[in-house]
Design a protein around this ligand. Sequence first.
Ligand code: FES
Length: 319
Amino acid sequence: MSHASLNVEIGRIRDLAPGIREFSLRRSDGADFPVFSGGSHTVLSLPLGERVHRNPYSLLGDPSVRDTWRIAVRLQEASRGGSRWLHEDAREGMRLDISAPVNLFALNRTGRRHILVAGGIGITPILSQARELARLGADFEVHYAYRAPEFGVFADELETLAPGRIHHYVQSRREQIEFGSLLAGRPLGTHFYICGPAGMVAASLNAGKSLGWPDSHLHSEQFLAPSGGEPFDVKLALSGHRFSVPSDLSLLEAIEQQGVDAPYLCRGGACGQCELEVLGADGELIHHDLYLSADERASGTKIMPCVSRLKGGCLTLNL
Ligand code: FES
């Protein structure tokens, strides 16, 4: 479980490209941040009117820098408020609660070579991974794909970090990563890491698997934003709470609004930490997560409330 535990002040805000902003964060009490490892994220609690939205953002700075954390936020077209608040309402000097760092996308320290791939804003965890590998003197390369030259917002920082090891793919120039050739013929002990859009992640993992890469050497991170949907009712069997989930809240957010403590880590359908047991569903479970297997979905007994919901009447949970 990872609940808000650090109060921070927003430091410098930089507009890096249209729709992409970087934020520096400092602890309000002036203390150092905890150490984090490359690929970690933090969960920001964002004040949206009377509601609090909790969104995960990767820590992109140097893990060894303890006085400042950095995140970059892309404005989501279909933002339910979180990224829009950060783009339109956040100001330098404001205070926020954030969680301690969590790493669901850690480097394999025994890897002999590391291939890092980023698509768009997926560069943020890759950047901190690259910093960690550079500090360790590890053998690595970075493949960075983005829409147009102005969206390669961390290209210069990467070049400084690892000169000659950064490969750029600019979509507006019709450049794209060919995963078959990128992953073919790699020596034993090579690890592959990717963060980017769903289609890109799936294509890379499929290419790796068809080339015989073991699952243990293919690492990906993909957080899904909770999508809205039709309202539905919920009954919590243990606590006795009954409430409705409105169309613009996730099931997890609605549970939290009741003051019920529910587990989570990624809040993006990837980690499995928020899994809840379904005791009854008067309708169809709409699974949006990346975690449950097809059999688990078919059983109708589990749900990831951070991204999934019910289409129908009432959902009864063992909570
Ligand atoms: S919190 Fe990670 S899957 Fe829901």
